[in-house]
Design a protein. Structure first.
Lengths: 110, 115
């Protein structure tokens, strides 16, 4: 059974800092991995989707990497802004099952 | 529509009552998914539809939970005889192609509170 872990559970940084969020999974036979952000009281917003054959995906200030063999993914946020404050979730798909991590709650202080 | 919509946004009910939660996926998306997010727990996959059929119902937490989808569009998640542990945010998502491996787009969720 796939287990997805996100570290740290919470992170607080000053505005402008670069940061890395971590996601690890136990079963490396994945189809893809997806990063989401969730704002309080709202649904999930898809940020980046990495297919199993890919090593990384980039969108604006976000870069997600995938290392299947070690069961790890990182989400790199450059030049963080207060608007980046949210909970970031990673989700892993294998077979017909999608498993989410518990999330990292990010606070970017002005 | 522009995105996945869910209704109601909030639902408060008494223990033992039945509730229906509705999801309108993005137009043209063939796959639809239901998740539950309980306080202090991660997102839990419940069920997904490929068209009107649900290949995998194993995620439904009990036989009080059922879901249907008609016309390949709107889906309803029904919880019978609600219990307090059913209190959670229920999220719906859809994707263009009907497998769980495709990128999913989420609705805002329905917050269910069972008193």
């Amino acid at each position: 059974k796939q287990e997805v872990t996100q570290i740290p559970a919470a992170l607080s940084v000053p505005e402008g800092e670069n940061l890395v969020l971590n996601c690890s999974f136990t079963d490396s036979a994945i189809y893809n991995l997806q990063w989401f952000r969730q704002d309080p009281g709202k649904g999930l917003t898809s940020l980046l989707l990495i297919q199993s054959s890919q090593r990384e995906q980039t969108s604006g200030r976000l870069n997600a990497s995938l290392d299947k063999s070690s069961g790890r993914s990182t989400l790199y946020i450059a030049a963080s802004q207060p608007g980046d404050s949210a909970t970031y979730l990673c989700a892993v798909v294998n077979n017909n099952d999608m498993r989410f991590g518990a999330g990292t709650r990010l606070t970017v202080k002005p | 529509g522009a995105g996945v919509s869910q209704s109601p946004s909030n639902k408060v009910t008494e223990k033992g009552k039945d509730v229906e939660l509705r999801c309108d996926p993005i137009s043209g998306h063939t796959a639809l998914y239901w998740y539950r997010q309980s306080l202090g727990q991660g997102l839990e996959f419940l069920i997904y539809f490929q068209g009107n059929s649900a290949p995998d119902k194993s995620g439904l937490p009990s036989d009080r939970f059922s879901a249907e989808r008609t016309g390949g569009s709107v889906s309803t998640l029904t919880i019978q005889r609600t219990q307090q542990e059913d209190s959670a945010v229920y999220l719906c998502a859809s994707s263009l192609i009907g497998t769980i491996v495709n990128e999913q787009f989420f609705g805002p969720g329905t917050r269910l509170t069972v008193l």
